[in-house]
Design a protein around this ligand. Structure first.
Ligand SMILES: Nc1nc2c(c(=O)[nH]1)N[C@H]1C(S)=C(S)[C@@H](COP(=O)(O)O)O[C@H]1N2
Ligand SMILES: [Mo]
Length: 517
């Protein structure tokens, strides 16, 4: 190996490459050791995961919106990759700062370890014991850094040994650290995933509703013309949450506590829920971050128990106006009691299966007509009856509105933007939603001309979206079409464009395409 060290004006120092390598290896060793230790306590205690979660929690609303707009459902991957890049750069810099003495790198390793510990301690869902993981990480970082540094230093100064031998010692040690970090990282991941949530999920079996959902009439979508399907498959259902790693809760261990301003506190196990009379309902769920024309909106058949039944059993005290729901990972949402009593569902099934793990297994809330961040808590474990002036859900201090009914909205699914379509008769089709008011009509106009009423698809219920289509005679060339919906209360979508923050986007969707000659 060449360039382990060089001497400049008689003062020995490590070569830049070796110095950076030591920093990077020590960093990997630290992260992997922390990940492995977390495998034994709680996977969220991994310093990498905890710092990522803390970063997500510290993200202001506008930045979260930017992340969702830019990376869509890959926002979490973006956080993890971004963190990896920053950390590797820090490791390399710490190494480079330590070409003569190991002190700078030791300080960086210690500071990073302390940041990890702070992140773990700040997580509402982790116990005190979890701090073991970042402490192990810190210790490993310092030991690996100083150990590798000492070996490399020996090779530079060739202290007492033939130089070739010290170099071999360093190469062997670095390889060992790299392999060890890899093994520890994988082992930590396997340990973290040992909770067999898929096994628990498949053991649930059929969830048969006592009250089935009304069947979907034929013609509820115009998928043949290019609209999205009426029921979104579980695979395609949009996913938005703050969880960097999906919480793994087995149904056997799950329980829901209902407390606060109630007459009787309740604790319900999964079996208690599934043995109740279950209802099935088609519901369209929308994210507040959905831009005009966006696809953070999906529909599923949810199976569960009306939250009204549970809340009445607990006895809601007068004065309670907020149902404050908490997820196993610490996410919280505040929902008006009136909406929960009116149409809230504690869902355990989705499209004929137990809830998928990413969508909240074993149980979540769904309240049609409210954006997800104020109503749709996944991996739900706690419902507290309280007041809006006493407690704020996760996104409220981050700049989002505490009260967030879904705004009447419509979207053009076909033609696609910039598409070239064949003949002069063009089918424009899409979807519109205004839960729980329902869609009365959708209008379309081309190139700023008169509004024309689109043909609505069969209405399934007012808690779901409604598809529409219209055929337009268009001359060859470029055209822009817009759509606007009117809900059953008589409100027509405003053309005024506002961004998603703080309580949902408005404006008309518009698509520009070309009709070929
Ligand atoms: N535990 C938890 N539940 C959550 C969230 C979250 O971050 N954590 N996000 C909410 C938001 S913002 C939305 S839009 C919906 C999305 O539900 P889905 O991922 O099943 O589509 O979940 C809600 N429930
Ligand atoms: Mo959301």
């Amino acid at each position: 190996m060449t360039g382990v060290g060089n001497t400049e004006a008689g003062r020995p120092r490590l070569s830049a490459g070796v110095a950076a390598l030591i920093g990077v290896l020590a960093l990997l060793a630290a992260l992997a050791a922390g990940h492995l230790a977390a495998g034994f306590v709680d996977k969220g205690a991994s310093p990498y995961v905890a710092v990522g979660n803390a970063a997500v929690d510290l993200t202001p609303g506008w930045l979260k919106d930017f992340a969702i707009a830019t990376f869509g459902t890959y926002d979490k991957l973006a956080v993890l990759v971004g963190m990896a890049i920053v950390l590797l750069a820090l490791g390399a810099l710490a190494g480079l700062a330590s070409r003569r003495r190991p002190t700078p790198g030791t300080v960086v390793a210690t500071v990073l370890g302390l940041v990890g510990a702070a992140a773990v301690l700040s997580r509402p869902d982790l116990g005190r014991l979890a701090v073991i993981a970042p402490v192990v990480s810190l210790a490993m970082g310092v030991v690996a850094f100083r150990g590798l540094h000492a070996l490399a230093w020996k090779a530079v100064t060739a202290d007492g040994e033939p130089e070739g031998m010290s170099r071999r010692g360093f190469v062997r040690a670095s390889t060992g650290v790299a392999v060890g970090a890899g093994v520890a990282g994988v082992a930590g991941q396997l340990l973290a995933n040992r909770i067999d949530v898929e096994g628990s999920r498949s053991a649930i079996g059929e969830l048969t509703p006592r009250v089935p959902a009304s069947p979907i009439p034929p013609g509820a979508d115009f998928a043949a013309q290019g609209t999205t399907r009426f029921v979104t498959s579980n695979r395609d259902f949009y996913r938005i949450d703050t969880a960097l790693s999906v919480p793994r809760v087995r149904a056997q261990e799950w329980a829901l506590r209902i407390h606060g301003m109630v007459d009787r506190e309740l604790t319900l196990r999964f079996e208690d829920i599934r043995n109740r009379p279950l209802v099935a309902r088609h519901i369209t769920l929308s994210c507040v971050s959905n831009e005009v024309g966006g696809d953070l909106v999906s529909t599923a058949e949810f199976v569960g128990v009306p939250l009204r039944d549970l809340l009445q059993e607990a006895g809601v005290r007068t004065g309670a106006d907020q149902v404050f729901s908490t997820s196993v990972d610490g996410f919280t949402a505040g929902t008006p009691v009136a909406d929960v009593l009116d149409r809230g569902l504690l869902a355990i099934g989705m499209n004929g299966e137990p809830l998928p793990v990413e969508h909240g297994f074993p149980a979540r809330m769904v309240v049609p007509g409210l954006y997800g961040y104020v109503s749709a808590t996944k991996w739900l474990v706690d419902l507290e009856l309280t007041r809006f002036d006493l407690k704020q859900g996760y996104w409220i201090p981050r700049g989002w509105s505490a009260i967030a009914p879904v705004k009447t909205q419509s979207r053009i699914d076909t033609p696609a933007s910039s598409e070239t379509v064949g003949s002069g008769r063009v089918t424009v089709a899409g979807t519109a939603w205004a839960m729980p008011r329902g869609i009365a009509r959708v209008e379309v106009r081309a190139d700023g001309g008169p509004w024309q009423q689109a043909e609505p698809a069969a209405e399934v219920n007012i808690d779901c979206w409604r598809m529409w289509r219209i055929t337009l005679d268009l001359s060859p060339g470029r055209h822009t079409v817009e759509c606007r919906a009117t809900d059953r209360v008589g409100y027509t979508q405003t053309d005024q464009r506002v961004p998603p923050a703080p309580d949902g986007a408005t404006g008309w969707d518009s698509v520009t395409f070309t009709v070929s000659g």
